[in-house]
Design a protein around this ligand. Structure first.
Ligand code: RB5
Length: 149
């Protein structure tokens, strides 16, 4: 199984429409989207959805993940509790590019009540279009990983 092209998506109830727009956008660009919902608008709990997507990334089933809630903050906090996950909330493309290049982030979190669809898609493109630069940044990412043990 190759995970190179697989990307996990999840959200809580506050971000279903934006998550589905992102799924369509990245699928059209050739990503294999593993969208684990939810699909119905009942109020739900963002930690469970953040964890579920994070486990797909941490296990290697998916290369990257994108998660969303109202602010992007709560679901990011949950995802970052899963060993091996480095997830940042981004509200603009510069940070989304930098968390890949410098922090080797493997998940991006977005706030559906913070950014509109057009900006969100630009943030996603910046995240997916960047690669980790390694070098001195690898030393620092290794220091983050060391905090897990
Ligand atoms: C749900 O109302 C809201 O709290 C959630 O989507 C998120 O913003 C939490 O961080």
């Amino acid at each position: 199984m190759t995970t190179t092209n697989r990307i996990a998506l999840s959200s809580d109830h506050a971000a279903i429409a934006l998550r589905q727009a992102i799924a369509r956008h990245i699928a059209a660009k050739g990503w294999e989207v593993v969208d684990i919902g939810p699909t119905t608008p009942e109020s739900t709990h963002y930690p469970a959805h953040g964890e579920a997507a994070a486990r797909l990334v941490a296990s290697g089933d998916c290369r990257l993940g994108i998660i969303l809630c109202g602010t992007g903050q709560g679901i990011m906090m949950a995802a970052n509790k899963v060993r091996g996950i480095r997830c940042g909330v981004c509200c603009e493309p510069f940070s989304a590019r930098m968390i890949r290049q410098h922090n080797d982030a493997n998940m991006l979190s977005l706030g559906a009540r913070v950014v509109g669809e057009g900006l969100a898609l630009e943030i996603v493109d910046a995240f997916l279009g960047a690669e980790f630069e390694g070098g001195r940044h690898a030393t620092r990412v290794d220091m983050i990983t060391a905090l897990e043990s």
